[in-house]
Design a protein around this ligand. Structure first.
Ligand SMILES: [Fe+2]
Length: 181
């Protein structure tokens, strides 16, 4: 019996396969910093704006999203937001994250464990990265449809929802244990 070494799994949305260079995804990088995630979403929003807009859909019934890429270290998503659509308050279960608005504007209410609830408006093209402690509620409080590119590391960590940001526990979430796929 022989063993073989398989390359790190890398999945790219089929409609982005020719547009998203593999180098952007650093397939060998298993844990991304908030800064690296922010750069990834910023670069994707800037360099892939045309193919991303072709992929984009809006759904009045529920928020729309599509996974753009998945490696052992990172997942990347495209999300759309009609006016009034928003998430529940949540954290990312110990994963770090980032997003860049592709079009429109998004309002984020956020909180770090034990800290005050703050609010911020994110304009298009300005990446934001955050560590595992940030809980937030993101939504489109404006009149124009919005879209954004998001990345999380480690990938495939379950989010945790709260009824209110006031309910976010004072202890940050534990760092998730991620097993190779
Ligand atoms: Fe989030």
């Amino acid at each position: 019996m022989t063993t073989s070494i398989t390359p790190a799994p890398l999945e790219i949305h089929p409609r982005l396969a020719s547009a998203l260079p593999e180098r952007l995804l650093h397939p060998g990088r298993l844990l991304w910093t908030p800064k690296e995630l922010a750069e990834l979403t910023g670069t994707a929003a800037a360099e892939l704006a045309t193919p991303l807009r072709r992929l984009l859909r809006f759904d009045a019934e529920r928020r729309w999203w599509a996974r753009l890429a998945l490696t052992d270290g990172v997942e990347v998503w495209l999300l759309s937001w009609l006016p009034g659509q928003r998430t529940a308050p949540h954290d990312h279960g110990g994963a770090a994250g980032a997003f860049t608005v592709l079009q429109g504007e998004l309002t984020e209410e956020y909180r770090y464990p034990g800290g005050p609830i703050r609010q911020r408006v994110h304009a298009a093209g300005r990446p934001i990265g955050f560590g595992p402690g940030r809980a937030h509620r993101v939504g489109n409080t404006f009149a124009a449809p919005a879209a954004s590119v998001h990345a999380y590391s480690p990938p495939l960590v379950r989010t945790r929802e709260y009824s209110s940001l006031a309910d976010v526990p004072a202890e940050p979430p534990p760092v998730p244990v991620v097993l190779p796929r």
